[in-house]
Design a protein around this ligand. Structure first.
Ligand SMILES: Nc1ncnc2c1ncn2[C@@H]1O[C@H](COP(=O)(O)OP(=O)(O)OP(=O)(O)O)[C@@H](O)[C@H]1O
Length: 362
């Protein structure tokens, strides 16, 4: 129990959905867990229950073995007793207070000197020196975010909870601050739970991932495990796998599975689950394109296909293909030119067996 955050809760909204979450996460210094999923998945609801801002109808929350919520025992600790730092989506800074006053707001129990010392060290840590006297409207989006983070940290929280911390920023700032926030969270040494619906943000910020959809937790695990081995179709979709095809496992041998998909037999690593009905999931980045007469490579899967459409995406091009079933590849502009890609062009698509993820099909 030490070093973990355990939650098993159910929150019902009158006339609305029920959000259920069962999860156990490492909560060690600097470790970041991401609640990830599409809009309406229930991420914010879980975060608010962890904070003590919402009260679940049923459930338990244990932080390092200490009960924060236990509905059968009628136990519910308010946020200040949990000592959690909460960063709201819109930062919720008091507009009439200066940055320094905002940061010192929750420190009423300290002497004025101690309050000043605490906020001074946070302004240094978050590179906000010189901005103490500014009001929120006189700060940039990134500066507001850091002031809000300083306020959340001022109480010396045991757990930091961040709701979409970058969503209030424009795209270029978001990209820049993603890496900065990650470094900062590591440095701060406080276990953190972050809500995001953004795939890149989840990858950049998280050590652990809780994938949610439709008010339930679909999968929990280290970020790379969840992205590489989605346990179900909903997780495959939310982690950005574009090719999802119904298939049937027709052979299992020597750690490999042969899967019938449309007119083809594909080779994948043998899945740990039983059952032959599967979804074959393939990332566009894992598909290599070459001329029809391309020489064999180590890739187990080679499919003749034709180009259906090309869509530029910055330095890359998304290539929709017809291989007897729809297949998506993503290649550089350079490769597009070199291969002379155009609608109707015949090609060979190749991908390795470990790139083919098999997810059980109900
Ligand atoms: N106070 C409320 N009353 C009724 N329904 C609510 C309330 N708060 C949330 N919900 C509903 O509960 C579900 C989960 O909402 P929640 O805000 O937790 O989702 P989310 O994953 O954080 O979504 P988003 O990414 O859009 O913020 C949604 O269907 C939402 O409409």
């Amino acid at each position: 129990m030490a070093g973990t955050l355990v939650a098993d809760l159910e929150k019902r909204f009158r006339g609305g959905p029920t959000v259920r979450a069962t999860l156990e996460l490492p909560a060690t210094p600097g470790r970041v867990a991401v609640l990830f999923g599409p809009s309406g998945a229930g991420k914010t609801t879980v975060l608010r229950c962890l904070a003590g801002l919402d009260r679940p109808e049923h459930g338990r929350i244990l932080f390092h073995g200490e009960p924060w919520c236990d509905t059968p025992a009628r136990l519910f600790l308010p946020p200040q007793q949990r000592r959690v730092g909460f960063l709201f989506q819109d930062y919720a800074l008091f507009p009439h207070l200066t940055a320094e006053q905002n940061v010192q707001y929750g420190l009423g129990e300290l002497t004025a000197t101690a309050r000043r010392e605490r906020s001074c060290s946070l302004f240094q840590l978050l590179h906000l020196e010189g901005l103490e006297g500014r009001r929120p409207r006189e700060l940039s989006g990134g500066q507001q975010q850091r002031v809000a983070l300083a306020r959340a940290l001022a109480i010396r929280p045991r757990l930091l909870l961040l709701d979409e911390p970058l969503s209030a920023l424009d795209a270029p700032s978001r990209e820049q601050l993603r890496g900065e926030l990650r470094r900062l969270l590591r440095e701060l040494g406080v276990p953190t739970v972050v809500v995001t619906h953004d795939r890149l943000e989840a990858l950049a910020l998280g050590d652990d991932l809780v994938a949610m959809e439709g008010g339930r937790v679909c999968q929990v695990g280290p970020v790379a495990d969840v992205f590489n081995h989605p346990s179900e179709l909903a997780v495959a979709r939310m982690t950005g796998i574009e090719t999802v095809l119904p298939g049937t496992v027709v052979k299992r041998e020597a750690g490999l599975a042969t899967v019938e998909v449309g007119p083809h037999h594909l080779v994948a690593l043998e899945p740990s689950h039983e059952g032959s009905a599967v979804f074959v999931c393939l990332r566009a980045e894992d598909v290599t394109l070459g001329p029809p007469e391309a020489a064999p490579t180590s890739a187990r899967n080679r499919l003749p296909c034709t180009v259906v459409s090309l869509s530029p995406e910055g330095a890359l091009v998304r290539v929709a293909l017809d291989a007897g079933f729809p297949l998506v590849a993503r290649v550089t502009r350079f490769s597009t030119e070199e291969l002379g890609l155009a609608e109707g062009r015949a090609l060979t698509a190749t991908f390795k067996a470990p790139s083919v993820r098999l997810v059980p099909r109900p």
